[in-house]
Design a protein around this ligand. Sequence first.
Ligand SMILES: [Zn+2]
Length: 331
Amino acid sequence: MQFVNEQITPEAQALHRESLVIDTHADSIQCVLEGRRLGVRSDQGQFDLPRALEGGISAEFTAIYLRTPRAGAVHQAVQFVDALHQEVEAFPNMALQATRADDILRAKQEGKVALVLTMEGAEGLEGDLRSLRVFHRLGLRSLGLTWNWRNEAADGVDEIRTGGGLTQFGVSLVKECNHLGILLDMAHLSPAGVRDVLELSEAPVIVTHANCAALCPHPRNLTDTQLEAVASKGGVVGVTAVPRFLGEEESRCPLSLLLDHIDHMVKVVGEDSVGMGTDFDGVGENRVVGLEDASKMPSLTAGLLQRGYSPERIRKILGGNFLRVFRQVVG
Ligand SMILES: [Zn+2]
């Protein structure tokens, strides 16, 4: 199926507009640090508030991600937090910072985008639980333990030679996140780490951006067994719009491929554990055709309708499932 935006039916538009749309991963704060403003529509990158509002996005998880963590990582992370706070303050008509599930609903009601502060890799904590507690007070509501490498908390997916999972600090982090009400995100985590978190966490866990290994055997993707384990704890996995995790690295990646991953995930874990985590502003230049930036989110609804998904199922995948787990874990 070659699906393009012009084919979005009035029915799909209406369903998309009334739905809560939660996208669980974007690297847009990095773009702010590099000079872009979230409140100003840009033709650079993929996410800003005008494009998000056009695309009907109710909530966006925006990550602290330290490319070159080193001594002073807490200070680097603070710069991300400040950038997010500054953007929310500068554009109050378009954004609010969400720290509770009700904030996401309020953003939807008020026609704004709820920005959720997340951390992708625990590097920014410098191995200290006190940093986690302070970032929580600043609004941190989701923590990915690793990016692809080894850090103080655990091994990432590119560090699997030794078969390592969580460190002792990682175990403490899981417990403290459970205690504070911070979502644990297993995207980028090594298979042993995933096993550890699933075993240790008393709360449902999420994977903010990953796809199905059964369709694309990339180490960043989840096996059916892992998907089932996340679902059995009441968690949700965000299907991600990264062509190389969908199985199309070289040429144009059709939206149908992303829909195939949603189909597979729904088949394996059911409709209550699947969501969306695009990785806007982290994808690079090769993008899913039809979902090139935040303004194109209605294509997803149109594509799911075309595949015969009921409106109820579509609302769960677009945001209902992540809202449920957010309310349960964060409050
Ligand atoms: Zn990532």
